[in-house]
Design a protein around this ligand. Structure first.
Ligand SMILES: [Zn+2]
Length: 447
């Protein structure tokens, strides 16, 4: 069998579920077919030997990416997004149903999105559907057509063509999803609580923070948990920012509510205290909160209350970020970070005593498990040979003009980060972002 291998990777440091180990990996037909001791003599058509300063990680699975294509391709697009993903060690993204036009709320829109993405993707791409008022009967057909689950908002989404669900609509959609074991993923901020909070305007970050209070997030998360309990629908809370919500999340999980939770690199990296007034590149919703809150989010990752870390890459054009006037009331709320997620999280994680095994659990394994990708997120026999070759002790300073995102805005600009992605491999082949894209379009259960 050793003569049939396409690729052998000899790596003194592999990030596996058993820890960091030295192994020789054999790949055939795009899958991992052998994991042998480092000194074994597997032979293949192609041999790669990693240095002692490099680790072989599973390719990252980023289940929260706004590609915005079709319809808002000046914001991003499949080509630029998947180039950035590949450059950042990400081998699978799941695209959000909104900010593209049309939003992915029925099968026709999904078909159009797939047609748009076809042949443009350097990494594998799957799609979320959307749950909006009036589309309950579209949910099952969308699920059958291969979406991974359904996103909904509980307040204005930021774009008018993707309206939010009120509580009765949310319950109806969750009951429908329960009937076919679908997954609801929720942007949890409560509409009424946000309406009653002070309005954000001007340059003050503190005013913006006050306009998106923890209470609005806590309330919405509590509602979603109760609906999950009543309906039995599987739910996932997107981009948790308020650490106040962690005890009730932990309690719901203990009681058996089918619930998963993500947070994002920016909530783990930055703090409200250090964001300068007018620095709208930091604007996102829910907002980046205080440093004490950030440390509680790290504790939530440590104890498993938070399952995963994904980017919520939500770019816009430079002018919509309003960097010139620095007005938090009008700037687009969304942070660009797809290419930077791994080094951003690693920079903060290592400082707090975590290892790359932890990072791989949060950024590879858990998002793959949560989206039902049975061949992604691990270096194990039978899994896709999707790898990131990462040099964890090398550092770099973020130069926005060297990123592959379409628009050169990110709060990580000019920051030093630890860890450099040296190469990214998809199904046993090194991704070359100047060659023909080889990424596949994924359907739920199909990978
Ligand atoms: Zn998002």
């Amino acid at each position: 069998m050793s003569t049939e291998l396409d690729l052998v990777v000899k790596a003194p440091r592999i990030i596996s579920t058993a820890g960091e180990v030295g192994r020789c990996i054999g790949v055939a037909g795009g899958r991992i077919v052998a994991i042998e001791p480092l000194d074994s003599d597997l032979s293949a058509r192609q041999h790669v030997e990693l240095g002692d300063d490099e680790v072989l990680m599973p390719g990252l699975v980023d289940s929260h990416v706004h590609v915005n294509d079709p319809g808002r391709t000046e914001w991003e697009g499949f080509t630029s997004a998947t180039r950035a993903a590949a450059a950042g060690g990400v081998t699978t993204i799941i695209d959000m149903p909104l900010n593209s036009i049309p939003p992915t709320v029925d099968v026709a829109a999904l078909d159009l999105k797939r047609k748009t993405a076809e042949g443009q993707c350097f990494v594998d791409v799957g799609f979320w559907g959307g749950a909006v008022p009036g589309n309950v009967t579209d949910l099952r057909p969308l699920y059958d057509a291969g979406v991974f689950g359904f996103k909904c908002f509980l307040l204005h989404s930021g774009v008018d063509e993707f309206p939010h669900l009120d509580p009765p609509e949310l319950e109806a959609a969750m009951r429908e999803l329960r009937s076919f074991d679908g997954l609801m993923i929720v942007h949890a901020e409560d509409s009424h609580a946000i309406d009653r909070a002070p309005t954000a305007h001007g340059e003050s970050y503190q005013d913006f923070l006050a306009s998106r209070p923890r209470g609005a997030e806590n309330l919405a998360i509590a509602q979603v948990i109760e609906l999950a309990r009543w309906t039995g629908c599987r739910v996932h809370i997107l981009h948790v920012s308020s650490s106040d919500a962690l005890p009730m999340i932990a309690s719901a999980k203990r009681e058996g509510v089918d619930l998963t939770v993500e947070t994002c690199p920016h909530y783990l990296s930055f703090s409200a205290e250090e964001i300068p007034d007018g620095a709208t590149q930091f604007k996102c919703c829910p907002p980046i909160r205080e440093s004490g809150n950030r440390e509680q989010l790290w504790k939530g990752l440590e104890d498993g209350t938070i399952d995963m870390v994904v980017s919520d890459h939500s770019p816009s054009t430079v002018d919509l970020k309003c960097l010139d006037i620095g007005d938090f009331g009008v700037a687009w709320g969304g942070i660009s970070s797809l290419q930077l997620g791994l080094p951003a999280v690693w920079t903060q994680a290592r400082r707090r005593g975590f290892t790359l095994v932890d990072v791989a659990r949060w950024m590879c394994q858990a998002p793959a498990r949560q989206t039902g990708l049975r061949t992604k997120g691990r270096i194990e026999i039978g899994y896709d040979a999707d790898f990131s070759v990462f040099a964890p002790d090398e550092a770099f300073v973020v130069d926005v003009h060297k990123l592959h995102h379409k628009n050169a805005v990110t709060p990580y600009a000019d920051r030093p980060l630890a860890g450099v992605v040296r190469s990214t491999w998809l199904r046993g082949r090194r991704i070359d972002i100047d060659q023909e894209p080889r990424g596949r379009l994924l359907t739920r259960g199909g990978a």
